[in-house]
Design a binder for this molecule. Structure first.
Ligand SMILES: *[C@@H]1O[C@H](CO)[C@@H](O)[C@H](O)[C@H]1NC(C)=O
Ligand SMILES: *[C@@H]1O[C@H](CO)[C@@H](O)[C@H](O)[C@H]1NC(C)=O
Ligand SMILES: *[C@@H]1O[C@H](CO)[C@@H](O)[C@H](O)[C@H]1NC(C)=O
Length: 472
Protein backbone atom coordinates (compact mmCIF):
# COMPACT_ATOMS: atom_id res chain seq x y z
CA UNK A 1 0.00 0.00 0.00
CA UNK A 2 2.73 2.39 1.00
CA UNK A 3 4.50 1.78 -2.27
CA UNK A 4 1.39 2.57 -4.24
CA UNK A 5 0.94 5.79 -2.38
CA UNK A 6 4.49 6.86 -3.15
CA UNK A 7 4.02 5.97 -6.77
CA UNK A 8 0.80 7.89 -7.05
CA UNK A 9 2.31 10.87 -5.30
CA UNK A 10 5.35 10.97 -7.57
CA UNK A 11 3.18 10.59 -10.66
CA UNK A 12 1.09 13.48 -9.42
CA UNK A 13 4.20 15.55 -8.75
CA UNK A 14 5.55 14.76 -12.20
CA UNK A 15 2.30 15.93 -13.68
CA UNK A 16 2.45 19.15 -11.71
CA UNK A 17 6.03 19.81 -12.75
CA UNK A 18 5.19 18.99 -16.35
CA UNK A 19 2.21 21.27 -16.52
CA UNK A 20 3.84 24.21 -14.81
CA UNK A 21 7.13 24.02 -16.68
CA UNK A 22 5.96 23.17 -20.16
CA UNK A 23 5.76 26.41 -22.14
CA UNK A 24 3.81 24.64 -24.89
CA UNK A 25 0.97 23.93 -22.51
CA UNK A 26 0.63 27.39 -21.12
CA UNK A 27 0.66 28.94 -24.56
CA UNK A 28 -2.04 26.58 -25.62
CA UNK A 29 -4.31 27.60 -22.81
CA UNK A 30 -3.60 31.24 -23.66
CA UNK A 31 -4.76 30.62 -27.23
CA UNK A 32 -7.94 29.01 -25.92
CA UNK A 33 -8.84 32.22 -24.16
CA UNK A 34 -8.33 34.29 -27.30
CA UNK A 35 -10.37 31.87 -29.37
CA UNK A 36 -13.42 32.59 -27.28
CA UNK A 37 -13.71 35.86 -29.16
CA UNK A 38 -15.47 35.46 -32.49
CA UNK A 39 -13.38 38.33 -33.85
CA UNK A 40 -9.96 37.28 -35.14
CA UNK A 41 -7.07 39.37 -33.90
CA UNK A 42 -4.56 39.98 -36.66
CA UNK A 43 -1.23 41.71 -36.81
CA UNK A 44 1.64 42.11 -39.23
CA UNK A 45 2.77 38.53 -38.55
CA UNK A 46 -0.40 36.83 -39.79
CA UNK A 47 -2.54 39.42 -41.64
CA UNK A 48 -1.76 38.36 -45.21
CA UNK A 49 -1.96 34.62 -44.63
CA UNK A 50 -5.28 34.95 -42.80
CA UNK A 51 -6.85 37.21 -45.41
CA UNK A 52 -5.72 34.79 -48.13
CA UNK A 53 -7.74 32.04 -46.45
CA UNK A 54 -11.16 33.62 -46.82
CA UNK A 55 -13.44 34.61 -49.69
CA UNK A 56 -14.98 37.33 -47.48
CA UNK A 57 -13.43 39.01 -44.47
CA UNK A 58 -14.19 42.29 -42.75
CA UNK A 59 -11.25 43.96 -41.02
CA UNK A 60 -11.61 46.62 -38.38
CA UNK A 61 -8.66 48.93 -37.86
CA UNK A 62 -8.90 50.21 -34.30
CA UNK A 63 -6.86 52.21 -31.83
CA UNK A 64 -6.77 51.37 -28.15
CA UNK A 65 -7.28 55.01 -27.13
CA UNK A 66 -10.32 55.60 -29.33
CA UNK A 67 -13.60 55.90 -27.42
CA UNK A 68 -15.52 55.14 -30.60
CA UNK A 69 -13.65 51.88 -31.03
CA UNK A 70 -14.30 51.00 -27.41
CA UNK A 71 -18.04 51.55 -27.85
CA UNK A 72 -18.01 49.63 -31.10
CA UNK A 73 -16.09 46.60 -29.78
CA UNK A 74 -19.00 44.73 -28.08
CA UNK A 75 -21.29 45.37 -31.07
CA UNK A 76 -18.64 44.03 -33.42
CA UNK A 77 -18.11 41.00 -31.21
CA UNK A 78 -21.83 40.17 -31.23
CA UNK A 79 -22.03 40.56 -35.00
CA UNK A 80 -19.02 38.25 -35.39
CA UNK A 81 -20.62 35.63 -33.17
CA UNK A 82 -23.77 35.63 -35.29
CA UNK A 83 -21.93 35.64 -38.61
CA UNK A 84 -19.58 32.84 -37.59
CA UNK A 85 -22.42 30.43 -38.33
CA UNK A 86 -23.22 31.97 -41.69
CA UNK A 87 -22.72 29.96 -44.86
CA UNK A 88 -20.56 30.90 -46.75
CA UNK A 89 -18.40 32.10 -43.84
CA UNK A 90 -18.30 35.80 -43.08
CA UNK A 91 -15.21 36.44 -40.99
CA UNK A 92 -14.71 39.50 -38.80
CA UNK A 93 -11.22 40.50 -37.77
CA UNK A 94 -9.45 43.39 -36.12
CA UNK A 95 -6.04 45.01 -36.35
CA UNK A 96 -4.58 47.52 -33.92
CA UNK A 97 -3.96 50.14 -36.60
CA UNK A 98 -2.15 52.38 -34.17
CA UNK A 99 0.49 49.82 -33.27
CA UNK A 100 3.84 50.64 -34.82
CA UNK A 101 4.26 47.16 -36.29
CA UNK A 102 0.89 47.34 -38.08
CA UNK A 103 1.31 50.82 -39.54
CA UNK A 104 2.27 49.39 -42.91
CA UNK A 105 -0.98 47.42 -43.20
CA UNK A 106 -3.00 50.43 -42.05
CA UNK A 107 -1.43 52.65 -44.65
CA UNK A 108 -1.93 50.05 -47.38
CA UNK A 109 -5.67 50.43 -46.81
CA UNK A 110 -5.51 54.22 -46.37
CA UNK A 111 -6.64 54.08 -42.76
CA UNK A 112 -6.71 57.62 -41.42
CA UNK A 113 -9.24 57.34 -38.61
CA UNK A 114 -10.51 54.75 -36.16
CA UNK A 115 -12.47 52.63 -36.45
CA UNK A 116 -12.10 52.03 -40.21
CA UNK A 117 -13.71 48.91 -41.65
CA UNK A 118 -12.59 47.29 -44.87
CA UNK A 119 -14.23 44.42 -46.71
CA UNK A 120 -11.77 42.10 -48.41
CA UNK A 121 -13.16 39.66 -50.93
CA UNK A 122 -11.71 36.98 -53.04
CA UNK A 123 -8.73 36.18 -50.76
CA UNK A 124 -8.04 39.89 -50.26
CA UNK A 125 -7.87 40.75 -53.95
CA UNK A 126 -10.95 43.00 -53.97
CA UNK A 127 -10.95 45.83 -51.49
CA UNK A 128 -14.06 47.73 -50.56
CA UNK A 129 -14.59 50.22 -47.80
CA UNK A 130 -17.40 49.22 -45.44
CA UNK A 131 -19.96 51.98 -45.54
CA UNK A 132 -22.80 50.16 -43.84
CA UNK A 133 -24.26 50.80 -40.42
CA UNK A 134 -22.11 50.34 -37.31
CA UNK A 135 -24.53 51.14 -34.50
CA UNK A 136 -26.30 47.81 -34.02
CA UNK A 137 -25.14 44.23 -34.58
CA UNK A 138 -28.42 43.28 -36.29
CA UNK A 139 -27.94 45.90 -38.96
CA UNK A 140 -24.30 45.00 -39.45
CA UNK A 141 -25.21 41.34 -39.87
CA UNK A 142 -27.93 42.18 -42.38
CA UNK A 143 -25.60 44.42 -44.37
CA UNK A 144 -22.77 41.89 -44.41
CA UNK A 145 -25.01 39.01 -45.40
CA UNK A 146 -26.03 41.01 -48.43
CA UNK A 147 -22.42 41.94 -49.17
CA UNK A 148 -21.33 38.33 -48.87
CA UNK A 149 -24.17 37.07 -51.03
CA UNK A 150 -24.34 37.16 -54.82
CA UNK A 151 -23.63 40.52 -56.50
CA UNK A 152 -26.88 40.28 -58.42
CA UNK A 153 -30.01 38.72 -56.95
CA UNK A 154 -32.54 36.84 -59.00
CA UNK A 155 -35.99 38.43 -59.19
CA UNK A 156 -38.69 35.79 -59.41
CA UNK A 157 -41.76 37.77 -58.44
CA UNK A 158 -43.12 41.28 -58.14
CA UNK A 159 -42.77 40.94 -54.35
CA UNK A 160 -39.01 40.48 -54.75
CA UNK A 161 -38.94 43.77 -56.60
CA UNK A 162 -40.99 45.54 -53.93
CA UNK A 163 -38.36 45.01 -51.29
CA UNK A 164 -35.39 45.51 -53.60
CA UNK A 165 -36.38 48.61 -55.50
CA UNK A 166 -37.51 50.78 -52.65
CA UNK A 167 -37.55 53.88 -54.81
CA UNK A 168 -34.69 55.73 -53.18
CA UNK A 169 -31.72 54.01 -54.68
CA UNK A 170 -30.31 53.15 -58.06
CA UNK A 171 -31.30 49.61 -58.92
CA UNK A 172 -30.11 47.86 -62.07
CA UNK A 173 -32.00 44.87 -63.40
CA UNK A 174 -31.18 42.85 -66.47
CA UNK A 175 -33.84 40.85 -68.26
CA UNK A 176 -32.68 37.67 -70.02
CA UNK A 177 -34.44 35.04 -72.09
CA UNK A 178 -32.17 32.54 -70.26
CA UNK A 179 -29.06 32.64 -68.09
CA UNK A 180 -26.72 30.69 -70.32
CA UNK A 181 -25.65 33.58 -72.53
CA UNK A 182 -22.46 35.66 -72.65
CA UNK A 183 -24.52 38.76 -71.85
CA UNK A 184 -25.43 37.27 -68.49
CA UNK A 185 -21.78 36.59 -67.69
CA UNK A 186 -20.83 40.16 -68.56
CA UNK A 187 -23.65 41.55 -66.51
CA UNK A 188 -22.56 39.56 -63.45
CA UNK A 189 -18.96 40.69 -63.97
CA UNK A 190 -20.05 44.33 -63.93
CA UNK A 191 -22.27 43.68 -60.91
CA UNK A 192 -19.29 42.20 -59.04
CA UNK A 193 -17.18 45.20 -59.89
CA UNK A 194 -19.72 47.86 -58.96
CA UNK A 195 -21.58 46.09 -56.15
CA UNK A 196 -20.36 48.48 -53.49
CA UNK A 197 -22.05 51.39 -55.22
CA UNK A 198 -25.21 49.93 -56.76
CA UNK A 199 -27.76 47.17 -56.33
CA UNK A 200 -28.15 44.61 -59.08
CA UNK A 201 -30.78 42.07 -60.02
CA UNK A 202 -31.62 39.78 -62.92
CA UNK A 203 -34.81 38.15 -64.09
CA UNK A 204 -36.29 35.98 -66.80
CA UNK A 205 -39.55 37.87 -66.80
CA UNK A 206 -39.89 41.64 -67.32
CA UNK A 207 -43.41 41.66 -65.99
CA UNK A 208 -42.08 41.59 -62.43
CA UNK A 209 -40.57 45.05 -62.94
CA UNK A 210 -42.26 48.24 -61.72
CA UNK A 211 -41.89 50.48 -64.80
CA UNK A 212 -41.11 50.40 -68.49
CA UNK A 213 -42.00 47.94 -71.20
CA UNK A 214 -43.00 44.79 -69.32
CA UNK A 215 -43.11 42.60 -72.42
CA UNK A 216 -39.42 42.67 -73.39
CA UNK A 217 -37.66 39.34 -73.37
CA UNK A 218 -34.16 40.81 -73.34
CA UNK A 219 -31.37 40.81 -73.06
CA UNK A 220 -31.85 44.36 -71.81
CA UNK A 221 -30.59 46.31 -68.83
CA UNK A 222 -33.06 48.57 -67.07
CA UNK A 223 -31.66 51.11 -64.61
CA UNK A 224 -34.18 52.40 -62.08
CA UNK A 225 -33.51 55.73 -60.42
CA UNK A 226 -35.40 57.76 -57.85
CA UNK A 227 -35.25 60.95 -59.94
CA UNK A 228 -35.59 62.38 -63.45
CA UNK A 229 -37.07 59.85 -65.92
CA UNK A 230 -37.16 57.07 -63.24
CA UNK A 231 -35.72 54.37 -65.53
CA UNK A 232 -33.53 53.94 -68.63
CA UNK A 233 -33.03 50.90 -70.84
CA UNK A 234 -29.71 49.86 -72.34
CA UNK A 235 -28.81 47.00 -74.63
CA UNK A 236 -25.04 46.96 -75.07
CA UNK A 237 -23.65 44.17 -72.88
CA UNK A 238 -19.96 44.86 -73.41
CA UNK A 239 -18.44 45.21 -69.96
CA UNK A 240 -16.95 48.67 -70.53
CA UNK A 241 -20.05 50.05 -72.23
CA UNK A 242 -22.27 48.70 -69.47
CA UNK A 243 -20.09 50.19 -66.78
CA UNK A 244 -20.05 53.61 -68.46
CA UNK A 245 -23.79 53.51 -68.94
CA UNK A 246 -24.42 52.75 -65.26
CA UNK A 247 -22.12 55.50 -64.08
CA UNK A 248 -23.57 58.12 -66.40
CA UNK A 249 -27.23 57.19 -66.12
CA UNK A 250 -27.14 57.16 -62.33
CA UNK A 251 -26.18 60.82 -62.01
CA UNK A 252 -29.21 63.05 -61.55
CA UNK A 253 -29.72 65.95 -63.94
CA UNK A 254 -29.49 68.11 -60.83
CA UNK A 255 -28.11 66.57 -57.66
CA UNK A 256 -30.07 67.58 -54.58
CA UNK A 257 -28.41 68.11 -51.23
CA UNK A 258 -30.98 68.32 -48.47
CA UNK A 259 -31.65 66.64 -45.15
CA UNK A 260 -32.47 63.26 -46.69
CA UNK A 261 -29.52 60.96 -45.96
CA UNK A 262 -30.57 58.66 -48.81
CA UNK A 263 -29.55 61.40 -51.24
CA UNK A 264 -26.03 61.59 -49.82
CA UNK A 265 -24.52 58.92 -52.09
CA UNK A 266 -25.51 61.05 -55.08
CA UNK A 267 -23.93 64.10 -53.51
CA UNK A 268 -20.72 62.21 -52.91
CA UNK A 269 -20.77 61.03 -56.52
CA UNK A 270 -21.36 64.58 -57.68
CA UNK A 271 -18.17 65.73 -55.98
CA UNK A 272 -16.27 62.73 -57.36
CA UNK A 273 -17.12 63.52 -60.98
CA UNK A 274 -14.32 65.05 -63.03
CA UNK A 275 -16.76 67.57 -64.53
CA UNK A 276 -17.00 71.29 -63.97
CA UNK A 277 -19.52 71.98 -61.24
CA UNK A 278 -22.37 74.40 -60.82
CA UNK A 279 -23.81 74.68 -57.34
CA UNK A 280 -26.75 76.69 -56.16
CA UNK A 281 -27.24 77.17 -52.43
CA UNK A 282 -30.55 78.49 -51.25
CA UNK A 283 -33.11 78.07 -48.55
CA UNK A 284 -35.54 75.37 -49.64
CA UNK A 285 -38.19 76.87 -47.38
CA UNK A 286 -37.99 80.17 -49.22
CA UNK A 287 -41.09 81.13 -51.23
CA UNK A 288 -39.03 81.73 -54.40
CA UNK A 289 -37.59 78.25 -54.22
CA UNK A 290 -39.79 76.55 -56.83
CA UNK A 291 -39.21 79.30 -59.36
CA UNK A 292 -35.44 79.11 -58.84
CA UNK A 293 -35.50 75.35 -59.01
CA UNK A 294 -37.31 75.08 -62.34
CA UNK A 295 -35.07 77.73 -63.94
CA UNK A 296 -32.05 75.84 -62.66
CA UNK A 297 -33.32 72.57 -64.17
CA UNK A 298 -33.75 74.38 -67.49
CA UNK A 299 -30.15 75.54 -67.35
CA UNK A 300 -28.99 72.02 -66.46
CA UNK A 301 -30.90 70.59 -69.42
CA UNK A 302 -29.41 73.20 -71.67
CA UNK A 303 -25.91 72.09 -70.68
CA UNK A 304 -26.62 68.37 -70.84
CA UNK A 305 -23.69 66.45 -72.34
CA UNK A 306 -21.35 69.42 -71.88
CA UNK A 307 -19.52 67.97 -68.88
CA UNK A 308 -21.01 70.28 -66.29
CA UNK A 309 -22.65 68.80 -63.21
CA UNK A 310 -25.35 70.67 -61.37
CA UNK A 311 -26.19 70.65 -57.70
CA UNK A 312 -28.81 72.46 -55.69
CA UNK A 313 -28.35 72.59 -51.92
CA UNK A 314 -30.55 73.51 -49.01
CA UNK A 315 -28.57 75.98 -46.94
CA UNK A 316 -30.13 74.49 -43.83
CA UNK A 317 -28.88 71.01 -44.65
CA UNK A 318 -25.37 71.74 -45.85
CA UNK A 319 -24.03 72.49 -42.41
CA UNK A 320 -25.32 69.21 -41.00
CA UNK A 321 -24.08 67.18 -43.94
CA UNK A 322 -20.54 68.20 -43.15
CA UNK A 323 -20.98 67.81 -39.40
CA UNK A 324 -22.20 64.22 -39.41
CA UNK A 325 -19.29 63.21 -41.56
CA UNK A 326 -21.26 62.02 -44.56
CA UNK A 327 -19.36 64.51 -46.69
CA UNK A 328 -15.68 65.07 -46.37
CA UNK A 329 -15.04 68.72 -45.80
CA UNK A 330 -11.79 70.25 -46.90
CA UNK A 331 -9.26 69.56 -44.21
CA UNK A 332 -8.58 72.68 -42.24
CA UNK A 333 -4.86 73.19 -41.80
CA UNK A 334 -2.62 76.21 -41.50
CA UNK A 335 0.67 76.00 -43.34
CA UNK A 336 3.54 74.72 -41.22
CA UNK A 337 5.24 77.92 -40.01
CA UNK A 338 8.71 78.50 -41.40
CA UNK A 339 9.86 80.27 -38.27
CA UNK A 340 8.83 78.82 -34.94
CA UNK A 341 11.18 80.27 -32.36
CA UNK A 342 8.85 81.74 -29.74
CA UNK A 343 8.95 79.98 -26.35
CA UNK A 344 5.50 78.46 -27.02
CA UNK A 345 5.82 76.49 -30.26
CA UNK A 346 3.15 76.66 -32.94
CA UNK A 347 1.69 73.31 -33.95
CA UNK A 348 -0.63 72.95 -36.98
CA UNK A 349 -2.70 70.01 -38.22
CA UNK A 350 0.07 68.76 -40.46
CA UNK A 351 2.79 68.96 -37.82
CA UNK A 352 0.77 67.50 -34.95
CA UNK A 353 2.26 64.03 -35.26
CA UNK A 354 5.82 65.12 -35.88
CA UNK A 355 5.94 67.79 -33.22
CA UNK A 356 3.81 66.14 -30.57
CA UNK A 357 2.78 62.50 -30.68
CA UNK A 358 5.81 61.13 -32.44
CA UNK A 359 8.35 63.70 -31.35
CA UNK A 360 9.83 61.55 -28.59
CA UNK A 361 9.57 64.60 -26.35
CA UNK A 362 7.37 65.64 -23.47
CA UNK A 363 4.89 68.08 -24.97
CA UNK A 364 2.26 70.16 -23.22
CA UNK A 365 -0.15 71.18 -25.97
CA UNK A 366 -2.91 73.73 -25.70
CA UNK A 367 -5.78 73.75 -28.18
CA UNK A 368 -7.13 77.27 -28.31
CA UNK A 369 -9.16 79.65 -30.42
CA UNK A 370 -8.23 83.31 -30.74
CA UNK A 371 -11.48 84.75 -29.36
CA UNK A 372 -11.80 82.65 -26.22
CA UNK A 373 -11.37 84.57 -22.97
CA UNK A 374 -9.87 81.71 -20.93
CA UNK A 375 -7.36 81.09 -23.74
CA UNK A 376 -6.29 84.73 -23.59
CA UNK A 377 -5.77 84.46 -19.84
CA UNK A 378 -3.73 81.32 -20.30
CA UNK A 379 -1.42 82.78 -22.94
CA UNK A 380 1.03 84.67 -20.67
CA UNK A 381 1.03 81.79 -18.16
CA UNK A 382 2.03 79.23 -20.79
CA UNK A 383 4.70 81.58 -22.04
CA UNK A 384 6.20 81.70 -18.55
CA UNK A 385 6.02 77.92 -18.27
CA UNK A 386 7.75 77.61 -21.65
CA UNK A 387 10.47 80.01 -20.61
CA UNK A 388 11.12 78.07 -17.45
CA UNK A 389 11.68 74.87 -19.46
CA UNK A 390 13.73 76.61 -22.14
CA UNK A 391 16.91 74.87 -21.07
CA UNK A 392 15.28 71.46 -20.96
CA UNK A 393 15.41 69.95 -24.45
CA UNK A 394 13.06 67.15 -23.40
CA UNK A 395 10.12 69.47 -22.75
CA UNK A 396 8.13 71.48 -25.29
CA UNK A 397 5.20 73.82 -24.66
CA UNK A 398 3.03 74.19 -27.73
CA UNK A 399 -0.29 75.52 -28.95
CA UNK A 400 -2.60 74.83 -31.85
CA UNK A 401 -5.32 77.11 -33.18
CA UNK A 402 -8.49 74.99 -33.29
CA UNK A 403 -10.27 77.52 -35.49
CA UNK A 404 -7.76 77.05 -38.29
CA UNK A 405 -6.72 73.41 -37.89
CA UNK A 406 -8.73 70.22 -37.74
CA UNK A 407 -8.20 68.38 -34.47
CA UNK A 408 -8.33 64.56 -34.50
CA UNK A 409 -11.76 63.39 -33.26
CA UNK A 410 -10.13 61.02 -30.81
CA UNK A 411 -8.87 63.92 -28.75
CA UNK A 412 -12.46 64.84 -28.10
CA UNK A 413 -11.81 68.57 -27.93
CA UNK A 414 -15.23 70.01 -27.16
CA UNK A 415 -14.21 73.36 -25.71
CA UNK A 416 -11.29 75.73 -25.41
CA UNK A 417 -8.78 75.74 -24.01
CA UNK A 418 -8.19 71.99 -23.95
CA UNK A 419 -4.77 70.94 -22.79
CA UNK A 420 -3.04 67.64 -23.36
CA UNK A 421 0.26 66.28 -22.20
CA UNK A 422 2.02 63.81 -24.44
CA UNK A 423 5.02 62.21 -22.77
CA UNK A 424 8.24 61.21 -24.52
CA UNK A 425 7.15 57.57 -24.49
CA UNK A 426 3.75 58.37 -25.94
CA UNK A 427 1.57 58.55 -22.83
CA UNK A 428 -1.25 60.94 -23.50
CA UNK A 429 -3.24 62.58 -20.73
CA UNK A 430 -5.64 65.45 -20.63
CA UNK A 431 -4.46 68.18 -18.27
CA UNK A 432 -7.20 68.80 -15.73
CA UNK A 433 -5.19 70.67 -13.10
CA UNK A 434 -5.25 74.31 -12.11
CA UNK A 435 -4.06 76.69 -14.77
CA UNK A 436 -1.27 78.34 -12.82
CA UNK A 437 2.39 78.46 -13.70
CA UNK A 438 3.30 76.42 -10.60
CA UNK A 439 0.74 73.70 -11.25
CA UNK A 440 1.81 73.30 -14.87
CA UNK A 441 5.47 73.06 -13.92
CA UNK A 442 4.81 70.49 -11.18
CA UNK A 443 2.62 68.44 -13.51
CA UNK A 444 5.22 68.37 -16.25
CA UNK A 445 8.01 67.44 -13.84
CA UNK A 446 5.97 64.58 -12.43
CA UNK A 447 4.79 63.18 -15.75
CA UNK A 448 7.70 63.65 -18.09
CA UNK A 449 9.70 60.69 -19.29
CA UNK A 450 13.34 60.47 -20.13
CA UNK A 451 13.93 61.11 -23.81
CA UNK A 452 13.64 57.96 -25.86
CA UNK A 453 17.05 56.65 -26.79
CA UNK A 454 16.16 53.32 -28.27
CA UNK A 455 13.23 51.10 -29.04
CA UNK A 456 13.58 48.98 -25.89
CA UNK A 457 12.50 51.83 -23.66
CA UNK A 458 9.47 52.37 -25.82
CA UNK A 459 8.43 48.72 -25.58
CA UNK A 460 8.63 48.69 -21.80
CA UNK A 461 6.28 51.62 -21.45
CA UNK A 462 3.65 50.60 -23.95
CA UNK A 463 1.40 48.86 -21.45
CA UNK A 464 1.42 51.80 -19.12
CA UNK A 465 0.73 54.25 -21.92
CA UNK A 466 -2.24 52.21 -23.05
CA UNK A 467 -3.92 52.33 -19.67
CA UNK A 468 -3.37 56.05 -19.40
CA UNK A 469 -4.71 56.66 -22.86
CA UNK A 470 -7.86 54.90 -21.76
CA UNK A 471 -8.55 57.71 -19.41
CA UNK A 472 -9.18 60.12 -22.27
C1 LIG B 1 -1.97 36.59 -35.11
O1 LIG B 1 -0.85 36.75 -34.27
C2 LIG B 1 -1.11 37.31 -32.99
C3 LIG B 1 0.21 37.42 -32.23
O2 LIG B 1 1.18 38.06 -32.99
C4 LIG B 1 -2.08 36.46 -32.23
O3 LIG B 1 -2.41 37.09 -31.01
C5 LIG B 1 -3.33 36.23 -33.04
O4 LIG B 1 -4.19 35.35 -32.38
C6 LIG B 1 -2.99 35.68 -34.42
N1 LIG B 1 -4.20 35.57 -35.17
C7 LIG B 1 -4.51 34.53 -35.92
C8 LIG B 1 -5.82 34.54 -36.61
O5 LIG B 1 -3.76 33.60 -36.04
C1 LIG C 1 -33.85 76.23 -41.30
O1 LIG C 1 -33.29 76.22 -39.98
C2 LIG C 1 -33.85 77.18 -39.12
C3 LIG C 1 -33.08 77.12 -37.83
O2 LIG C 1 -32.81 75.81 -37.44
C4 LIG C 1 -35.35 76.91 -38.94
O3 LIG C 1 -35.92 77.87 -38.11
C5 LIG C 1 -36.02 76.94 -40.31
O4 LIG C 1 -37.38 76.60 -40.19
C6 LIG C 1 -35.34 75.95 -41.24
N1 LIG C 1 -35.92 76.07 -42.56
C7 LIG C 1 -36.27 75.02 -43.27
C8 LIG C 1 -36.80 75.30 -44.60
O5 LIG C 1 -36.15 73.87 -42.86
C1 LIG D 1 -16.65 65.55 -71.88
O1 LIG D 1 -15.66 64.69 -71.29
C2 LIG D 1 -15.35 63.55 -72.08
C3 LIG D 1 -14.44 62.66 -71.28
O2 LIG D 1 -13.58 63.41 -70.46
C4 LIG D 1 -14.73 64.01 -73.40
O3 LIG D 1 -14.43 62.90 -74.19
C5 LIG D 1 -15.74 64.92 -74.12
O4 LIG D 1 -15.16 65.42 -75.29
C6 LIG D 1 -16.17 66.06 -73.22
N1 LIG D 1 -17.25 66.79 -73.87
C7 LIG D 1 -17.29 68.11 -73.91
C8 LIG D 1 -18.47 68.70 -74.61
O5 LIG D 1 -16.41 68.83 -73.46
Amino acid sequence: MAIYRVLILSAFLALLVFSSLSPARSEESGADVVEESAVLTLDASNFSETVAKYPFILVEFYASWSKRCETFAPVYEKAAAILRKHDPPVVLAKVDGDDETNKEIASKYDVTSFPTLIILRNQGKNIQEYDGPIEAEGKIVEYLKKQAGPASVEIKSSEDVGTLIEGKKIFIVAVFPDYSRGEFKNFIAVAEKLRADYDFGHTLDAKHLPHGDLTVSGPVVRLFKPFDELFVDFQDFHVDALEDFIKTASVPKVTILDRDPRKRPFVIKFFDLPDAKAMLFLNFGNEDFDAFKSKYYEVAEHYEGKNISFLIADLNATKRAFEDGSLTPFKKAEPIPEVNNEPVKVVVADSLNDMVFESGKNVLLEFYIPWCGFCKELKPILEEVAVSFQNDDDVVIAKMDGSKNDIPHELNVLGYPTIYFSSASGKLVRYEGLRTKGDFIDFIRQNKDAIIQDATVQKDTTVESESLKDEL
